[in-house]
Design a protein. Structure first.
Length: 176
């Protein structure tokens, strides 16, 4: 009888360990979700530490680069107007009380942008993304003041249905 209980406890322990490891790997926590960036390990870690600081007062070029990367990864294949709108959402969040007060803070807020969570933000940005980021930083907001957006073909979170619709541009729906 005690031999059967011991085996049962061992099996349960192994299942818990496997589920925990799989969950951490899937959510990017086991390896920092940064192995796909294509840099050498040492360079990659120092670069990521520098980017993740999200300090206030970053330079215009730093903010432009971060925004271009997010726009490229999040709005690839979208019309130019939609790319600018994604950049505008980043900036609209700066003035919203529920979001960080720096562009890096908004971009690197946990689970705020799928492209950051998946690591796609570190792929080289499209040239149009730089122009879109510049237009957004210059004050153009085709989103109508949106602080959220989603692609209904990809979104799986019921929460988006609780937000107020503003406009659809390309495949993205922009929300308040």
């Amino acid at each position: 009888m005690s031999d059967g209980i011991g085996k049962f406890i061992a099996v349960i322990t192994i299942v818990v360990i496997v589920v925990t490891v799989l969950w951490r790997v899937q959510s990017g926590r086991a390896f920092g979700d940064r192995l796909a960036y294509g840099k050498e390990e040492e360079d990659r870690l120092s670069y990521m530490a520098e980017v993740d600081l999200a300090r206030p007062g970053q330079s215009y070029s730093y903010n432009l680069e971060l925004m271009a990367r997010v726009i490229s990864a999040e709005a690839k294949g979208e019309p130019y107007l939609g790319q600018v709108a994604v950049g505008a959402v980043i900036l609209n969040r700066l003035n919203h009380p529920h979001f960080p007060k720096t562009i890096p803070g908004v971009i690197f807020e946990p689970d705020a942008f799928t492209a950051v969570s998946t690591g796609h933000v570190w792929f080289p940005p499209e040239s149009s993304s730089y122009r879109a980021a510049q237009d957004a930083l210059s004050g153009w907001d085709p989103s109508g003041g949106a602080v959220y957006y989603y692609n209904p073909a990809k979104a799986t979170n019921w929460w988006v249905a609780t937000r107020s619709y503003i406009i659809q541009i390309g495949r993205h729906i922009f929300l308040r």
